[in-house]
Design a protein around this ligand. Structure first.
Ligand SMILES: Nc1ncnc2c1ncn2[C@@H]1O[C@H](COP(=O)(O)OP(=O)(O)OP(=O)(O)O)[C@@H](O)[C@H]1O
Length: 364
């Protein structure tokens, strides 16, 4: 395993910057996700780590030694880095076992050692029974497993994965996620995983680097990213949630108790305190759906603890299996999403309490 450091790394193509002054420490042995929308510079960052792209500015260090700087770099094959691409990149004329063994043959490994390592790599991805098949006779998921086994077989201490599940169906993605988790636990390699799918990043990574337009906008654990996103943009990109505008307060604060009672009173009084157009300075507050308690009028009568409820009208109620997702409009026009254990008919009036909120920096 290895620690990788990106120091002020930029990559320009002509006049446009794909990556801008990216500084990031990827701790040894961690599962790290690079997350962001299409075109934000994730793949370019991965390709610079792999040695497929040169740097325009900055440097990349591995365990204190320079791997790359403008005009000089350690070649890809000398980095002990494994890569898995979305496109699989398998050799069509080689069987599954030959594809997996290719990097070993390339290094001159033969005989029993070769056989054992190919078998072990196939076992990790549960493809022993398909060792003699050709890639064109495999499903997308099976091909991706071959690509993963081929990457594992050389026991790299850094593994770079570029949207490895993008072509797979939902079911297969879940089982491949499990394969990645097991692989990571088994090898202890530093894994850098590029994805634009926030739920994939959240479920796999120890730390997530969120990128936007070539820049790092937050580096945090999945829990912190979900609970305490830094900006409005990150909040809307990670998980579900609603943004309410409140009279200016400092960013980066958990709102509960009296803060929320004031917030509720502001809305309930109809002063449009939460309406951006009626206040010169406002702060965006993130409200996650699980932090809204809904009451139909019947349940409220039995709930004496209800404190400063707000009124809203149900716009939509969508069944999500384990719960219903309720889209609401408050009396002042603000929109909120909440969860509820049963469907509520569109047009119904409901009472709701906001239990928790998080104040954000304004949108970039
Ligand atoms: N070889 C290239 N020449 C010119 N521009 C490029 C090149 N490679 C990437 N770019 C540009 O750099 C920016 C970042 O691209 P990159 O592929 O790193 O984004 P990404 O976040 O991985 O996107 P996606 O999720 O769609 O793969 C994009 O605007 C892209 O068009």
């Amino acid at each position: 395993m290895a620690e990788l450091i990106l120091n002020n790394v930029s990559k320009h193509y002509g006049n446009s910057a794909a990556v801008r002054q990216l500084s990031l420490t990827l701790p040894k042995g961690e599962f790290i996700a690079l997350l962001g929308p299409s075109g934000c510079g994730k793949t370019t960052t991965l390709r610079m780590l792999a040695g497929f792209e040169t740097l325009t500015e900055g440097e990349i260090l591995r365990d204190g030694h320079c791997l790359a700087r403008p005009g000089w770099q350690v070649p890809t094959e000398a980095r002990n880095i494994g890569m898995v691409f979305q496109s699989y990149a398998l050799w069509p004329h080689m069987s599954v076992a030959e594809n997996v063994g290719y990097p070993l043959r390339h290094r001159g490994i033969r005989g029993q050692d070769y056989q054992r390592r190919v078998q072990e790599a196939l076992a990790i991805v549960q493809l022993e029974s398909l060792a003699e098949r050709m890639p064109q006779d495999l499903s997308g998921g099976q091909r991706q497993r071959v690509a993963l086994a081929r990457c594992l077989v050389t026991e790299p201490d850094v593994v770079l994965l570029d949207e490895p599940l993008a072509n797979l169906d939902r079911h297969l993605r879940a089982s491949m996620e499990e394969s990645f988790r097991e692989f990571h636990q088994r090898t202890g390699a530093t894994l850098v995983y590029v994805t634009h799918d926030q739920s994939e990043a959240m479920s796999l990574a120890d730390h997530i680097a969120v990128m936007q337009q070539g820049e790092l906008v937050q580096w945090a654990t999945p829990e912190t990213l979900y609970q305490h996103p830094r900006t409005e943009w990150i909040a809307s990109f990670i998980g579900q949630g609603s943004i309410l505008q409140v009279p200016a307060i400092p960013a980066g604060q958990q709102l509960s108790g009296e803060d929320l009672r004031q917030l509720s009173r502001g809305i309930a009084s109809g002063k449009s305190a939460l309406d951006k157009n009626h206040s010169d300075k406002t702060t965006a507050v993130l409200i996650r759906p699980e932090h809204i308690r809904l009451h139909t009028s019947d349940t409220l009568l039995n709930d004496l603890s209800t404190d400063n409820p707000l009124q809203g009208r149900v716009q939509r109620s969508v069944f999500r299996g384990e719960r219903h997702e309720i889209a609401l409009q408050l009396d002042n026009g603000s929109l909120l999403t909440a969860y509820h254990h049963q469907a509520i008919a569109p047009g119904s009036q409901v009472l709701l309490q906001v239990l928790q909120g998080w104040s954000l920096e304004s949108a970039a």
